[in-house]
Every structure is written in structure tokens, then in C-alpha cells.
Design a protein around this ligand. Structure first.
Ligand SMILES: Nc1ncnc2c1ncn2[C@@H]1O[C@H](COP(=O)(O)OP(=O)(O)O)[C@@H](O)[C@H]1O
Ligand SMILES: [Mg+2]
Length: 1078
């Protein structure tokens, strides 16, 4: 398949018209409106044929990216929307492929974007030309020369924050392949007056501010500078800082650029020393001093600054001081020295500063050229880029503006010449008849300025060389005489009466009607500036400097090369260099970029119609369009033309097999375009009227729509068809799959049915067989049984006589044995647990085993009890014996008993042996203590309780004082007759003593203890073991107690809950003690 190629054209997606040549109708209003419309849509570039009009957008647009570079690379000029890259590409390719030297002429007012345009051109060319380490270094050096020159040669003016104050023409040299080899820069007339004085709101050259803001303290110290701008008279203060400009950062950029361009460290150092010296010169001040002979003389006010300058530059201080005070004039071997008055001294100082700086600038250009010079001697192709100061009209215009505007006149001249010449040549080349057109030729203005006899520059030179007193006024007078009749010269003083009453024209001025407008020049300073005088004493002083750069800047100061001839005036120098430039440009193929400023405010988005109108008027752009359209508005090579419009005719669409020209002829005939509307050149078709082109474009657009519809139709048909075919194919696939699936299903069903039927039949057969076999077996069995019975009967009949006597008993015994065996075997598995309290016992299986079963249960219980008992130690046995005893004594008799079951019987609750308090008590009792516990002894008189220690030993019961441990009573066990207590839940008990015994004197004891059950049990056991008599324990809710002589009845009653759970004891009367138990 053939490769699809998308051909675009300038005519696609056009905002307004991209090429003014196609403007219809063509007049100033439509021209401006078209520019405005495009500007509003961010289209800052518009063509007039091959000329690019560029409107400064005053903001960065995203149209200079590497992608854009690629887009415009190797494309035809009219293929894409207008762009500075298209022009650069055209120029570069024409240079590389057609071997034509090129020049790119950028014109426009100050601030219109010339410098930016020149940089864009250079960066585009750098991006598209050859690559490689060496080539890249050359490119880098060429590009980096810009920041250096801009730092030294640009300044902020009211029109432009980065205005070039010098003219620059740069030749970039290429080899035959189009790789860059190097370059040559020429500079024109630096505006050096700016060094010593700047207009309101403007700045000195950038470099001064950059050094002061960006240099390190160390470096500043070396240069003997201070960071403060206000310290320097030469730096205007009103706008030391510019918005959006970082002087310090720019200083670093400049130093870096200088390094890349190839400046040695010592060179850079010297350059900055000169800059510092210039800055410091401005601080030298003079004061008047009268001499005896009446001559005015001046003196330096403060020599400190002078001293520092001299240290910096290596000049003898006395030499420089003298040069500021005297002026020596040499004439014919005669030397005359005159003193300088204060004004002259200041003049001399400023002249020196200006000269130093402008010479330094020229030196920089020379030095850069040395670095970027092409290294080979092969033939070079050249692309020149001219970025010269634009036309300037200020309020006060001086010599500088005059020179600048002259230069612009010359450029306009060359523009007119070259465009017309180009146009004419093309018509001749293409064999088309040339029709003459009217346009304003500014040659007459150039003549007014540069004519060798009567030109203004010539007259200025004449005045400067004339002996006698020469002033600016004499110069003006002379002008008035000679130029009075010139159409473009206006002056109040001229004899020509036209301006005699024109008050807008002061007497000290003259006015020139430039092609770009009228400019009024102040004559003041013309003579001085043209003379550009530097007193010889100063140049000699400079030459004597030990600073090698300064010495080299002032070669005329060398006394050995003294030249008494006057140096060339500034005007004639400039005229000569402009003439050379023009000659140079004429040999090259010109490409124009005409820059336009949309407003005076440096603001984005503002389009001032009047301002733009003025510029297009003086740039002659409308004439440019007319020239371009003279006869034929539009031309295009045959191939692209046929390519663009071939769809409009059946014969040429889609392919034309003949030569392109014949194709276009057929096409135009078919379309019935009137013959006078076009003409066939050798390689191009010429179209007279833009209307015809637009008609073609409309037809094309219409046709494209039709074609699009056609393509759409075919595509839709194709799409539907393919879709249908695809669906059909899919349907077949689906159907086949479905059928297969259905058949499979059906087959499965048949198969499973067959198996079921089969299994039923097999089952039925098998069952039948089984039935037969079973019947057979039963028959066999029946036969066997019958046989057995019959045999049995036979045998029994035979043995009957032996059986009768023993058989019954034997069978009985045997059966019994079997049953017993079975019973024991089963019992073995059903045994209950070994816990003595487990009541479970298996049920009895046979009635005849009843007694055996009960006996077995008893034996088993005894056995497991024994087993249980065997586990106990002797001590545990004792405890359980005691517990058993307690149980026998109190169970179901005393309500306190159940609570005591869980409490272990400890006996010695009071550890008498361990407590030192009871040492005496312990010593007194030497038997084993069975109980030691605190009890309450009830007072017999009032029923109150007192704590006593109750001790039970093997033989005695003792009561002792709880605090002191003193024994209060001691009763042998034999004297205890009885213990009484209630049946309730209290701890009261009475110990009854044997009547007549020693202890019984005070009466029985009535005590109370929490461990009553334990105490009573132990007392009972001990008594039993010691006296072999059972102690009488009486449990009753009413008993008698012997108190001395009386018998008192202790009665237990149900008490209220008032006193809590504690029983209370109360003596009611002589015979009754009541205990209330809750
Ligand atoms: N193509 C552009 N895109 C964005 N800003 C621009 C462009 N051209 C010019 N400018 C702005 O306008 C200012 C002046 O441009 P410059 O080229 O220095 O003017 P000229 O050299 O004509 O005096 C620049 O500093 C920049 O801010
Ligand atoms: Mg500029």
C-alpha cells in the first residue's frame, strides 16, 4: 500500500489570512484588522509573500519548543502556519542545498522584538544543523556570545528593558554539508554617551549593575568596588532595579558564557578591572582654583578615588592627575600646554570613561571573533543575521538617534531594492510580463544625509575640521543654507518660509522627514560627538598603564606612533561601515523579518491600532503587498498546486500521470477559470486575484466534504458487509456447536435408558435364579432335618433305656453352672466405682441368686472401705477417728455440729510455746497440750464474758488469764463429771465438777467457744483414755449449773435478731441465767 502522506498548507485552519498577499480587499484597515485578529488568536507571525511580519507578544508563547522545531524542519515555506522557524528553515535549506549565501534582515522599532527574533533564528539553525562534539562546541560558542555582548551592550530604556545599544551583524559560516564552522561579528556604534549619563527612567549598561549585585565580596574588594549603587555617580538611580531581571543571576550567566566562549581567567579579570575603573572615574570630582595669572584651573577634590583607579590600572597617579589638569596641543614640533578649567576637566573625565568603555566593547567583539573564527580554510557558506537598533524617535533626539535613523533609512533602501529586484527577477525567471508599480523610494532621504558634498554628515565633518570657532549653531546655520530647499528637511531658520511660523520647531533644532516619520534633532552636541575628542594627554596616560588590556586599548597614546592627522569623525566612520554592510548584504539572498510593536506599554494582549498603523505605514508594508501582488497575487509551484487541487477534476483525480504543469492546465480548464485570472510560469502558476484562489479553496473544501462523505459511505458499507459476513460465519459455528451438543445429549439419554432396561432385565433374571437356588436349598435342608429327626428318633428309640436315670440332674447342674459363669462374667463388667459412698449396685439378674447378690454387695463395700482406709496415714486416721467420735456424739443432736464437719480439728490454736508472752504458762505446764484456745468465761454474777485461755492436757483442764498467762484454775480430768450444752447453734457449754473436789469450790464453769464441738470431743476422748470412763455429755436447752452454793438454771431461748448473730447471756434472777440464741 502506498504511504499515506498528509499534505498541509498555510491555507488550512487559517485565522484571518496568513499571507497578506491574499487580503481582499487590500487597504490599511483590512491590513490592521487582519493583524489584530491574528494577534488576538496568538498568531504573532504573518507573511507578505516570503517576508515575515512579527508582532511582539510581550509574553512567552509555547511556539518555540523542540516539537515545533521538528514540525517546521524540512517543510515547505507555505506548508504550515506562518512562523519565524519557517523562514529560518527556508534560509538554512536554501544555503545548504542551493549554495546561496543568506542574510536575515531584522528591522523594527526599539522594543519590537528584533534581538529576540535574531536569537530565535540562531537557535533554530543550531537545532537543525549538523551534530557532533566539535560542531556542538562551535554552536555553543556562537550562542554564548550573545549573553556576553548583551551584558556589555544592552541597557534598559523606556521602550525596552533589554534594548541593544549597538548594532550587530553576525555572519555564521557553514561548510558544504551545512555544519557550522564558526562566525564573525561586526558591531556598529555603541551608544557610549550612556556610560556617563542616562535619560530619565533608563539605566546604564547592564554589566555595571550585574557586577555590583552578582560579584562575591572578595571579587568586589579586589576591584575596589562597593555593592551600593548609590555610591556611583555614573549609575542613574531612578531605575537601578528592573522588574523581572535578576542582575546577580545574569552576572553568573555572563561569566559562564565568557568561559564557554574561551576567555582566559586573566582576560576576564582585566575586563572587569576596566569596567570597575570606568565606574570609579565617575566619582572623581573637581573644584576650581584660580591662578595668579588669572587663568582658571581645576583641582581634584578627593584623591582617594584617583589613587584606587591608578592602583587598579597600574597608572602613575601623578601622570593621570596631570592629564586631568592640562591639555597639550602639538603643532609642527611645537608643544603648547594649557590648563583645564573645571568644565573642561569634567569633559575630559567623561570622554575618557566613554572611550574606555566603547573601546573595551570593541575589544570584546574582536576577542569573541578570535574564539569563534572558523578553523579551516575551506570555502564557506554564510548566513548573516542583522540585528541593528531600530528607528528611534525620542523627545530629545541627538546625534545618536540621527545616526541610528540613518542606518534604518539605508536598510529600508536595501529592502526596497531587494524585494523589487527579487520580484522582478522572479517574473523574468518565470517568463511573465512585469508591470511597473508605484511605491515610495527613500533614496532621496539617504541622499540628504550621506551625499558626499551636500549631505548632512559631510557638512558636519566640514564644520568639525574648519579652523576658527566652531559651534553647534554654526553647523545648523550651514545646514539651513544648504538643505533649505530639500523636501525632507525642515528648519525654522531656513530661508524657506514654510516653517517660519512653525512653533513646534525650536530654533536650535532641525527636522528630517524620515520614511518612518518626522524626527526633530537637537543640534546641541552634534559637533562634539562627531569629533569624539579625547585629549592626547589622557590617551598617553592610558598607554602608560601597566595594565596590558588598557594599554592595548589606547595604541595612539604611544609617543613613537604619534599621528598628527585628525582621526576619522564618528559620522564618517559610521557611514563607511554602513556602506560596507550594505555592499555585503547585497551579495546575499535576503530574508526579512519585520518586527512590529503592538503597544508602548511592553504589555501583553494590547493592540494599539494607531501605533501599529504608524509602523506599517513607514515600514511600507502595504506597498510591499502591492509590489508582491503587482499583476499576480499568488504563485505556487506546479506540483504542490496540483497536489492541492487535483480532486476538483475527474482527469486529475485520484492520479495524474503526466507532468504537473499539464495537470494544472487541465484542472484550470475544467474549472473554467477565466484566462486573464492566471498565467503559467516556467515552474509556477501565477494567480492574479486572491478571489480566484479563495474560490479554488472553497471548491476544494466542498469537494473534500463530498470526498469525506464518499469515503464515509464506502467505509460504512464495508463495515456493515464485514459485520454481516462475520455474523453469518459466527451463526454457522454456533449452529454446528449446538447440533453437536443436542446430539450428544440425545445419545446420552438413549444410552442411559438402555442401561436401565438392561439392569432391570438382569435383575429379574438374577432374582429368578435366586428363587430357584433358595428353593433348592430349602428342599435340601428339609430333607436333612427330616433325616436328622428320623435318625434322632431312631437313636432315641435305641438308647431310651440308658437315659432316664441321670440325664435330668446332669442337665440341671450344667445349666446352673453356665448361668453362674455368665452371672460372674457379667458382674465383672458392671462393677460400680471404688468410692465408699457410691450407692450403685447392678440389678440382680436371677431370682435364685438373690442372697449371693446381697452378700457380694456387702463384701465389695467392705473391701472398698478397707481400700479407702488403707490410703490414710496414722495421723489422718486419728483425725478421722476424732471426727467419727464427734459425729457419734453430736450428729442430729446439736445444731452447731454440721458447721464443724468441714473444719479440721487443730487443737492448739494458741501457739503457747512460740509466743514469749506465755513463757511462764508454758513452763508451768509440762504435759503435752491437746487444746490451747481462747474461750469466753461467763461471769456467774452478771452473765458478762471474760477471755480466758483454755488448756487441755492429758490429765488436766486449765484456765489461764489471757493477758498475763497466769493459771486461774486447774482441774484434773477425774474431777470433771459432765459437760452440758444446748441443742442450738451456740458455743455455750458448762463444765460440771465433782462435788467436794478441790476445784469445785468456786462452782462449775460456764464457757463459750467457737470450737465447742472439737473441745467437747477431745475432752470426751481424753477423759476416756485417762480414766476409762465415759464423760457424760448432756444436750438440753435447760440445765442446772452449780455456782458455789446455788444451783442456777441456764435456759436457752430464741433471741431477737437485734444483737446480730452473737448469742447474749443475761442473769435474770438468782436462779435463772438466760441465753438468747439468734
Ligand atoms: N517572540 C517573542 N516572544 C516573547 N516575548 C518577546 C518576543 N519578542 C520580543 N519579546 C519581548 O520584548 C522585549 C523586547 O524585545 P527585543 O528583541 O529586545 O527588542 P528590540 O531588539 O527590537 O529592541 C524582549 O525583552 C521580550 O520581553
Ligand atoms: Mg535589540
Amino acid at each position: 500500500m502506498a504511504k499515506m502522506e498528509v499534505k498541509t498548507s498555510l491555507l488550512d485552519d487559517m485565522i484571518g489570512v496568513g499571507d497578506m498577499v491574499l487580503l481582499e480587499p487590500l487597504n490599511e484597515d483590512s491590513f490592521i484588522n487582519n493583524l489584530k485578529k491574528r494577534f488576538d488568536h496568538n498568531e504573532v507571525y504573518t507573511y507578505i509573500g516570503s517576508v515575515v511580519i512579527s508582532i511582539n507578544p510581550y509574553r512567552s508563547l509555547p511556539i518555540y519548543t523542540p516539537e515545533k522545531v521538528e514540525e517546521y524542519r524540512n517543510r515547505n515555506f507555505y506548508e504550515l502556519s506562518p512562523h519565524i522557524f519557517a523562514l529560518s528553515d527556508e534560509a538554512y535549506r536554501s544555503l545548504r542545498d542551493q549554495d546561496k549565501d543568506q542574510c536575515i534582515l531584522i528591522t523594527g522599532e526599539s522594543g519590537a522584538g528584533k534581538t529576540e527574533a535574531s536569537k530565535l533564528v540562531m537557535s533554530y539553525v543550531a537545532a537543525v544543523c549538523g551534530k557532533g562534539a566539535e560542531v556542538n562546541q562551535v554552536k555553543e560558542q556562537l550562542l554564548q556570545s550573545n549573553p556576553v555582548l548583551e551584558a556589555f551592550g544592552n541597557a534598559k530604556t523606556v521602550r525596552n528593558d533589554n534594548s541593544s545599544r549597538f548594532g550587530k551583524y553576525m555572519d555564521i559560516e557553514f561548510d558544504f554539508k551545512g555544519d557550522p564552522l564558526g562566525g564573525v561579528i561586526s558591531n556598529y556604534l555603541l551608544e557610549k554617551s550612556r556610560v556617563v549619563k542616562q535619560p530619565r527612567g533608563e539605566r546604564n549598561f547592564h554589566i555595571f549593575y550585574q557586577i555590583l549585585s552578582g560579584a562575591s565580596e572578595d571579587f568586589l574588594c579586589k576591584l575596589k568596588l562597593e555593592r551600593d549603587f548609590s555610591r556611583y555617580n555614573y549609575l542613574g538611580l531612578d531605575s537601578a532595579k528592573v522588574n523581572g531581571v535578576d542582575d546577580a543571576a545574569n552576572f553568573r550567566t555572563v561569566r559562564n558564557a565568557m568561559q564557554i566562549v574561551g576567555f582566559m581567567d586573566h582576560e576576564t579579570q582585566s575586563v572587569f578591572e576596566v569596567v570597575a575603573a570606568v565606574l570609579k572615574l565617575g566619582n572623581i570630582e573637581f573644584k576650581p582654583e584660580s591662578r595668579v595669572n588669572g587663568l582658571d584651573e581645576s583641582k581634584i577634590k578627593d584623591k582617594n578615588e584617583l589613587k584606587e583607579i591608578c592602583e587598579l590600572t597600574g597608572i602613575d597617579q601623578s601622570v593621570l592627575e596631570r592629564a586631568f589638569s592640562f591639555r597639550t596641543v602639538e603643532a609642527k614640533q611645537e608643544k603648547v600646554s594649557t590648563t583645564l578649567n573645571v568644565a573642561q576637566a569634567y569633559y575630559a573625565r567623561d570622554a575618557l570613561a566613554k572611550n574606555l568603555y566603547s573601546r573595551l566593547f570593541s575589544w570584546l567583539v574582536t576577542r569573541i571573533n578570535e574564539s569563534i573564527k572558523a578553523q579551516t580554510k575551506v570555502r564557506k557558506k554564510v548566513m548573516g543575521v542583522l540585528d541593528i537598533y531600530g528607528f528611534e524617535i525620542f523627545e530629545d533626539n541627538s546625534f545618536e538617534q540621527f545616526i541610528i535613523n540613518y542606518c534604518n533609512e539605508k536598510l529600508q533602501q536595501i529592502f526596497i531594492e531587494l524585494t523589487l529586484k527579487e520580484e522582478q527577477e522572479e517574473y523574468i525567471r518565470e517568463g511573465i510580463e512585469w508591470t511597473h508599480i508605484e511605491y515610495f523610494n527613500n533614496a532621496i532621504i539617504c541622499d540628504l544625509i550621506e551625499n558626499n558634498q551636500t549631505g548632512i554628515l559631510a557638512m558636519l565633518d566640514e564644520e568639525c575640521l574648519r579652523p576658527g570657532t566652531v559651534t553647534d549653531d554654526t553647523f545648523l546655520e550651514k545646514l539651513n543654507q544648504i538643505c533649505a530647499t530639500h523636501q525632507h528637511f525642515e528648519s525654522r531658520m531656513s530661508k524657506c518660509s514654510r516653517f517660519l511660523n512653525d512653533t513646534s520647531l525650536p530654533h536650535s533644532c532641525f527636522r528630517i522627514q524620515h520614511y518612518a516619520g518626522k524626527v526633530m534633532y537637537q543640534v546641541e552636541g552634534f559637533v562634539d560627538k562627531n569629533n569624539d575628542l579625547l585629549y592626547r594627554d589622557l590617551s598617553q596616560a592610558m598607554w602608560k598603564a601597566s595594565h596590558s588590556l588598557i594599554k592595548a586599548l589606547f595604541p595612539e597614546g604611544n609617543p613613537a606612533k604619534i599621528n598628527l592627522k585628525r582621526p576619522l569623525t564618528a559620522g564618517s566612520q559610521f557611514k563607511a561601515s554602513v556602506a560596507t554592510l550594505m555592499k555585503n548584504l547585497q551579495t546575499k539572498n535576503p530574508n526579512y523579518i519585520r518586527c512590529i510593536k503592538p503597544n508602548d506599554k511592553k504589555a501583553a494582549h494590547i493592540f494599539n491600532d494607531a501605533l501599529v498603523c504608524h509602523q506599517i505605514r513607514y515600514l511600507g508594508l502595504l506597498e510591499n503587498v502591492r509590489v508582491r501582488r503587482a499583476g499576480y497575487a499568488f504563485r505556487q509551484a506546479y506540483e504542490p498546486c496540483l497536489e492541492r487541487y487535483k480532486m476538483l477534476c475527474k482527469q486529475t483525480w485520484p492520479h495524474w500521470r503526466g507532468p504537473a504543469r499539464a495537470g494544472v492546465e487541465v484542472l484550470f480548464n475544467e474549472l473554467e477559470i477565466p484566462e486573464e485570472e492566471f498565467s503559467f510560469g516556467r515552474s509556477k502558476i501565477f494567480i492574479r486575484n486572491p478571489r480566484t484562489l479563495f474560490k479554488l479553496e472553497d471548491l476544494r473544501k466542498q469537494r473534500l466534504e463530498d470526498l469525506a462523505t464518499l469515503i464515509e459511505k464506502i467505509y460504512r458499507g464495508w463495515k456493515c458487509r464485514t459485520r454481516f459476513l462475520l455474523m453469518k460465519k459466527s451463526q454457522i459455528v454456533i449452529a454446528s456447536w449446538y447440533r453437536r451438543y443436542a446430539q450428544q445429549k440425545k445419545y446420552q439419554k438413549i444410552k442411559s435408558s438402555a442401561i436401565i432396561v438392561q439392569s432391570y432385565i438382569r435383575g429379574w433374571k438374577a432374582r429368578k435364579l435366586l428363587r430357584e437356588l433358595k428353593h433348592q436349598k430349602r428342599c435340601n435342608e428339609a430333607a436333612t432335618i427330616i433325616a436328622a429327626y428320623w435318625h434322632g428318633t431312631q437313636v432315641r428309640r435305641e438308647y431310651r433305656k440308658f437315659f432316664r436315670a441321670n440325664a435330668g440332674r446332669k442337665i440341671y447342674e450344667f445349666t446352673l453352672q453356665r448361668l453362674m459363669q455368665k452371672y460372674f462374667l457379667e458382674m465383672k463388667n458392671k462393677m460400680p466405682s471404688l468410692s465408699p459412698i457410691d450407692k450403685n449396685w447392678p440389678a440382680r439378674p436371677y431370682l435364685f441368686l438373690d442372697s449371693t447378690h446381697k452378700e457380694l454387695k456387702r463384701i465389695f463395700h467392705l473391701w472398698r472401705c478397707k481400700k479407702y482406709r488403707d490410703q490414710f496415714t496414722d495421723q489422718q486416721k486419728l483425725i478421722y477417728e476424732e471426727k467419727l467420735e464427734a459425729s457419734e456424739l453430736f450428729k442430729d443432736k446439736k445444731a452447731l455440729y454440721p458447721a464443724s464437719v468441714g473444719q479440721p480439728f487443730q487443737g492448739a490454736y494458741l501457739e503457747i510455746s512460740k509466743n514469749p508472752k506465755y513463757k511462764k504458762l508454758k513452763d508451768a505446764v509440762d504435759e503435752k497440750i491437746i487444746i490451747a484456745e481462747v474461750v469466753n468465761k461467763i461471769n456467774r454474777a452478771n452473765g458478762k464474758a471474760t477471755s480466758r485461755i483454755f488448756l487441755l492436757t492429758k490429765n488436766n483442764v486449765l484456765l489461764a488469764d489471757q493477758k498475763s498467762g497466769n493459771i486461774k484454775s486447774e482441774v484434773p480430768l477425774g474431777d470433771v463429771t459432765k459437760v452440758s450444752m444446748s441443742s442450738q447453734n451456740d458455743g455455750f457449754f458448762a463444765v460440771h465438777l465433782k462435788e467436794g473436789s478441790e476445784a469445785a469450790g468456786k462452782g462449775d464453769f460456764l464457757l463459750s467457744s467457737d470450737h465447742l464441738i472439737e473441745m467437747a470431743t477431745k475432752l470426751y476422748r481424753t477423759t476416756l483414755s485417762q480414766t476409762k470412763q465415759k464423760l457424760n455429755i448432756e444436750i438440753s436447752d435447760e440445765f442446772l449449773v452449780q455456782f458455789r452454793q446455788d444451783k442456777v438454771c441456764v435456759k436457752f431461748i430464741q433471741g431477737s435478731q437485734k444483737n446480730g448473730n452473737i448469742p447474749t447471756c443475761k442473769r435474770k434472777n438468782n436462779r435463772l441465767l438466760e441465753v438468747a440464741v439468734p
